[in-house]
Ligand binder design. Structure first.
Ligand SMILES: *Cc1c(COP(=O)(O)O)cnc(C)c1O
Length: 401
């Protein structure tokens, strides 16, 4: 392998965000290919018995087995770390693999975790159902409420786990306060940054310890593959996560890593363009009297906090209609916007969380998480914004608004 400047932190750390997204992590083979190569191999061969011994003993850098790291996933990991401003990153098979690993690699029986109330359904399932099976205690808090985080701390609290903006209520967590509180108590914060991505929000700048991703969403950007990522200090990644990852094997497939690697090249552009369209669409809906949940709107109760910690407000928002019947009627009236529970795509998508992504939680769980029966969650894509507004207008007229 030829090292390029993309692997040299003394150079890449001087690059600005868009340059990092295109070039950080690039590692060229002897062929000198410009686009990153896709390495489809599980094993590696060595020049000598001494060489493989040195690699296994950590005395010489280089790959040993694709469950540990593959050259393509290694390029992606370096690029994500550089976008995030993290010392290190490891990728995994899906966002949920990343969330599970980020928690299980550091929690043991007898530990306590505090987690945000509004969250991706599977994240809540891990905290509510999986962790207790291994003797890990939990407290669920309204993550918007700084005092609630403080009140939930116990002597055995090990981890704070939350997302911001949160799915699908668009609750905002005050990163500086909550991460600072955790730091002062020796608690590790794990932030699910899937909605904003490192292009729009870098929790590490506000004191977060671990940032975990579903890269399936805006990072990938075109709805093709699943992938997860975990960013943190080199010490956390090498000493806490890697023993877990190497031995349990939730690793990303090289092809999926390659797709996301190429997706990252356009992430800053897409994030900016889709955020701008989402603001325009949200203003249109608000102008028609729809109750909006969008952190970029002045009507969002935590707009000021979001403005402080995000570069733009992202391409996802939710809004509340009267009831399930109205939500279904509006979704069914769309000609352009797809009915889909996915997000982050270049195609605009909309779904009804209460009957899909948050169906498992049951009515009480949904009420606690703030997921109403009339809620629609929207992913704004890259289509012409006027076509989206026309389609939303069609939807609103179908429900007599
Ligand atoms: C989609 C999503 C996940 C899960 O990611 P997968 O890649 O689908 O496994 C976790 N957290 C958030 C906030 C998500 O949007």
């Amino acid at each position: 392998m030829k090292r390029t400047t993309g692997q040299d932190r003394s150079i890449t750390s001087k690059w600005r965000a868009a340059t990092r997204a295109v070039r950080a992590g690039t590692w060229r083979s002897e062929q000198g290919e410009t686009s990153e190569a896709l390495f489809v191999n599980s094993g590696f061969s060595y020049d000598s018995a001494e060489q493989v011994a040195a690699r296994f003993q950590g005395e010489e850098p280089g790959p040993v087995y694709s469950r540990f790291q593959n050259p393509t996933t290694a390029m992606l990991e370096e690029r994500i770390a550089m976008i995030e401003g993290a010392e290190a990153c490891r990728t995994q098979a899906s966002g949920m693999a990343a969330m599970t690993s980020a928690l299980l690699c550091q929690l043991s029986a007898g530990d306590h975790i505090v987690a945000g109330r509004a969250a991706f359904g599977s994240c809540r399932w891990i905290v509510d159902n999986l962790l207790p099976r291994f003797g890990i205690e939990k407290t669920i808090v309204d993550a918007r409420d700084n005092a609630a985080w403080e009140a939930a701390i116990r002597p055995n609290t090990k981890v704070f786990f939350f997302e911001t903006p949160a799915n699908p209520t668009m609750d905002i967590v005050d990163l500086e306060f909550v991460c600072g509180l955790a730091k002062s108590k020796g608690i590790t914060t794990v932030v699910d940054n899937a909605f904003a991505t490192g292009a729009l929000q870098r929790p590490i700048e506000f004191g977060a310890d671990v940032v975990a991703y579903s890269a399936t969403k805006l990072m990938e950007g075109q709805g093709r593959v699943l992938l997860g990522a975990i960013c943190g200090t080199a010490e956390f990644i090498n000493d806490v996560l890697m023993p877990f990852q190497r031995n349990t094997g939730p690793i990303a497939a090289p092809f999926n890593a390659w797709v996301v690697l190429k997706g990252l090249e356009t992430l800053p552009l897409r994030a900016k363009a889709q955020s701008a369209s989402a603001m325009e669409v949200a203003r249109f809906l608000e102008g028609r009297g729809v109750q909006m949940l969008h952190p970029g709107l002045e009507s969002h109760p935590q707009h000021a906090i979001a403005a402080r910690q995000m570069d733009a407000f992202g391409n996802i928002f939710s809004f509340n209609l009267k009831d399930r019947a109205e939500a279904f009627a509006m979704l069914n009236a769309f000609e352009l916007i797809d009915i889909s529970n996915n997000i982050g795509d270049a195609k605009s998508l909309a779904c009804h969380p209460a009957s899909t992504t948050h169906n498992n939680m049951g009515p009480e769980g949904r009420a606690e998480a703030g997921v109403g029966e009339g809620m629609i969650r929207m992913n704004v894509g890259l289509e012409d914004v006027q076509d989206l507004i026309d389609d939303l207008d069609r939807g609103l007229r179908a429900i007599g608004r």
